[in-house]
Design a protein around this ligand. Structure first.
Ligand SMILES: [Fe+2]
Length: 359
């Protein structure tokens, strides 16, 4: 079925712009992965769609990666209709300088990816689309391990046809911490891995629930091998890093400390700080009957050392029915400030710290 027919039958898709917000080239971009970015002003009023001067074709992931050295923002967009995947880069001025189609055997939902100084790593995992369900307005993504899974390595700036694929056993990742080039040419990746997507579209129940945990992968030079190591078996997700280390070797990762993780019900009540080389972790809970969303790292502009800065989280005190922004000292996880908010703030998904001079 031609793409135009699909969209004509599904009807207009609302751009919820609710998944993440990032700053790039002086623009604040609110993101949802099904469509393109929506630019918002500094006062968060909506400016409108942002399409890189008409050059962006297709959608944009909510998890772009900004190279801290070059200022380039590298991202992808997936689609339930061909072409199923495009990869892009925008330079520090906001000009789209690289757009290429990467061929996939079929449409898949792809939430996140990683970049290094030299390469992009694509995870073609079997969260497949059912277009007939999409047309009926039903849940259209389901887990199909029989389809197989692949990891692709593409040099930044290269044509998508040069991607090198490795077949791997199926697994699922919503979010990665980071990746970097090793001196021997291999790529190290860290993220939160689960056995499968948390969908029951096919009618099967998740016998062990959905429990992502921290893993490290090593992709051999020339994409010839793929190794996986679990660093910790505690369930966690919403990984973040000091983004001054995006694409570079880093040691520290932050994620949600789970108060409860039962089936698909997840409640975070604090922040974990991982040593991504050893898998050891520390955590700070925000208090009894207090829950939180994702934590966001705010770097100390006077100290470039990894992890020097603060952690910001929206928290909700259920007893007082009060929302706050909690500020922790990132090296010690000690609380340093609390911003009391006049009304309840939903946790939502992701956010960014943007210095006043950057937007
Ligand atoms: Fe996400």
């Amino acid at each position: 079925m031609p793409p135009d027919d699909i969209f004509a039958r599904v009807g207009p898709i609302k751009n919820t712009a609710n998944t993440h917000i990032v700053s790039h080239a002086g623009h604040l971009l609110a993101l949802m992965e099904g469509l393109g970015p929506i630019e918002v002003a500094d006062d968060l009023t909506t400016s409108g769609p942002f399409d890189f001067d008409g050059r962006l074709a297709g959608s944009m992931t909510a998890h772009p990666k900004t190279d801290p050295v070059t200022g380039e923002m590298v991202f992808f967009g997936y689609s339930p209709v061909a072409p199923y995947l495009r990869v892009h880069s925008s330079d520090r001025s906001g000009e789209l300088t690289w757009s290429t189609v990467v061929e996939l055997p079929g449409p898949v939902m792809m939430h996140d990816f990683v970049v290094t100084e030299s390469r992009v790593v694509i995870f073609d995992l079997p969260a497949v689309f059912d277009l007939h369900a999409l047309l009926r307005g039903e849940t259209a993504i389901f887990w199909d391990p029989a389809r197989g899974a692949r990891v692709g390595v593409l040099d930044r700036g290269a044509p998508g046809s040069s991607v090198r694929w490795i077949d791997v056993d199926p697994f699922w990742v919503f979010h990665f911490f980071n990746a970097h080039d090793e001196p021997d040419g291999s790529i190290a990746v860290t993220g939160c891995r689960a056995e499968r997507l948390n969908t029951t579209f096919d009618g099967s129940e998740l016998t062990d629930g959905y429990r992502p945990s921290v893993w490290r992968w090593t992709i051999g030079a020339e994409a010839t091998s793929f190794g996986a190591t679990q660093l910790d078996d505690a369930p966690t997700d919403f990984p973040r890093i000091d983004e001054r280390r995006t694409g570079l070797d880093n040691r520290i990762g932050y994620s949600g400390h789970a108060a409860r993780w039962s089936g698909d019900e997840v409640v975070f009540d604090g922040v974990k700080r991982y040593d991504l080389r050893t898998g050891s972790s520390e955590y700070r809970r925000f208090g009894a009957n207090v829950t939180c969303g994702e934590t966001v790292f705010a770097p100390d502009p006077d100290d470039p050392a990894e992890g020097s800065g603060w952690l910001l989280s929206f928290v909700h005190d259920h007893d007082a029915d009060e929302s706050m922004v909690a500020v922790l000292d990132a090296p010690t996880l000690e609380p340093v400030a609390t911003v009391h908010l006049p009304r309840r703030v939903p946790f939502g998904f992701h956010g960014s710290y943007v210095a006043a001079s950057a937007s």
